[in-house]
Ligand binder design. Structure first.
Ligand SMILES: [Cu+2]
Length: 416
């Protein structure tokens, strides 16, 4: 009720201010005044209004930061996550500095240079130095951010770099230079625009090639653990590769009863696969490679705490890898997480709901249908010992389905 009243008061205040301004305009019209003849006192009020607005804007900006920053994700729980956070932080710092400086200049200038009858505005249409400065500085910032982003991205995805990129880049650089330097009979503007653009693209391809090639960690210390995440409307299923560390072949047409992810039972590699629902475990400090499939529509495997996300596309397995660095227990003990959950549980208590604990989650981040919001699976990061213990308790496909008819017959013959 109080919230409703507060909003009503704010809306009424805005409406009355609009009407007051309208009345002032009408009064001026009735007196036969010119619309451009604004009294000095009104100019002073408007100028002061800008400063009041600026103070209000920054006050709400600071309030929003301190109110909602504690709600953001805790520290990254994967090796590459720290790099993504570093990139995100530098972007936020630059954006915030620009936001503060630009807004201070905007409002302070509007206040300082209020309209006055004594002064006449200067007509100042062009300044090359100024244009160069406001083009070059943002370009340098953008180039640094994009290059850094490419470096992090190619390091995470372990992409194979095609050397044709390097050749294409060199080709574009040479063609651009030739257009600028040799084709003197072309109009100067065309030479600079076309040649300059080609050189820019060439420089981009070449630097991308170098960045991608040098950021890849070619020394893979150990074979990653392979886990399949199977998406369908509206839940997730995880599949572990079993003792042979090889996921058996699977297709939607093999889905039958307990074989919920469609493993081909003819493929021996699939018989020891373990199908897990509700929650899945991963070991701390071991690289994990996820193979992601979808049964129906496009979903998106999103694990925010590990700063990882990739689409789940029907008919086209996708993959991503990361190394978890913090166990579930360690994250629950983290100061920021503890405070956040204390806050959540206070709200739940008021509503008469049971308290909850922190859990890593796998979510669907693609609006895939009516109960998309419910498409969630908990992730538990264990110590390697606890993980092995948990894994040994999971049933293999053969244990779930029972022995095949063939195997049953073989056993019967053996018994005879
Ligand atoms: Cu989905």
């Amino acid at each position: 009720m109080i919230t409703f009243l507060t909003y009503s008061v704010i809306i009424l205040a805005i409406v009355s201010m609009v009407y007051l301004a309208r009345i002032a305009d009408l009064t001026r019209d009735l007196k036969g005044g010119n619309e451009a003849d604004v009294p000095q006192s009104e100019n002073k009020q408007s100028a002061l209004g800008f400063i009041i607005f600026m103070v209000g804007l920054f006050a709400s900006y600071i309030w929003l930061i301190q109110e909602y920053m504690p709600m953001t994700l805790p520290q990254a729980a994967s090796e590459h996550g720290a790099k993504i956070d570093g990139l995100m932080n530098i972007n936020l710092i630059v954006v915030n500095i620009v936001f503060v400086v630009i807004n201070i200049l905007l409002f302070v200038f509007a206040f300082k240079y209020e309209s006055s009858k004594r002064e006449k505005a200067d007509f100042y249409p062009h300044n090359n130095t100024l244009e160069l400065i406001w083009t070059i500085i943002p370009s340098i910032f953008l180039a640094v951010i994009i290059t850094w982003g490419l470096y992090v991205w190619s390091g995470i995805h372990q992409i194979k770099v095609d050397s044709t990129l390097w050749i294409a880049g060199l080709g574009l650089l040479i063609t651009g230079a030739a257009i600028i330097g040799l084709l003197k009979n072309l109009v100067a503007e065309i030479r600079v625009t076309v040649g300059g653009s080609l050189m820019l693209f060439g420089a981009f391809f070449c630097s991308y090639f170098f960045i991608a090639k040098n950021s890849i960690n070619t020394e893979v210390s150990e074979e990653p653990l392979v886990i399949e995440l199977y998406a369908r409307q509206f839940d997730w299923t995880a599949r572990y590769a079993g003792a042979d560390q090889k996921l058996g072949a699977a297709h939607v047409r093999y889905i039958d009863g307990a074989n919920t992810v469609g493993i081909n039972t003819e493929d021996k590699a699939g018989l020891d696969d373990q199908i897990v629902r509700n929650e899945f475990h991963i070991p701390k400090g071991k690289p994990v490679r996820f193979v992601i499939r979808s049964q129906d529509v496009i979903h998106s495997a999103y694990m925010p705490h590990f700063r990882a996300q990739v689409n789940a596309v029907p008919g086209m397995p996708t993959s991503m890898s990361f190394t978890p660095t913090i166990t579930t227990q360690e994250m629950r003990a983290d100061e920021k997480t503890r405070k956040k959950y204390e806050k959540i549980n206070k709200i739940r208590e008021k509503r008469g709901e049971e308290p909850i604990e922190f859990n890593y989650v796998l979510l669907c981040n693609k609006i895939c249908g009516a109960t998309h919001y419910n498409m969630k699976m908990d992730i538990v990061v264990d110590t390697p010992e606890d993980y092995q213990k948990w894994l040994s308790e999971q049933k293999t496909l053969t244990e779930v389905l029972g022995p095949s008819e063939e195997a049953q017959q073989e056993e019967n013959i053996a018994q005879l």
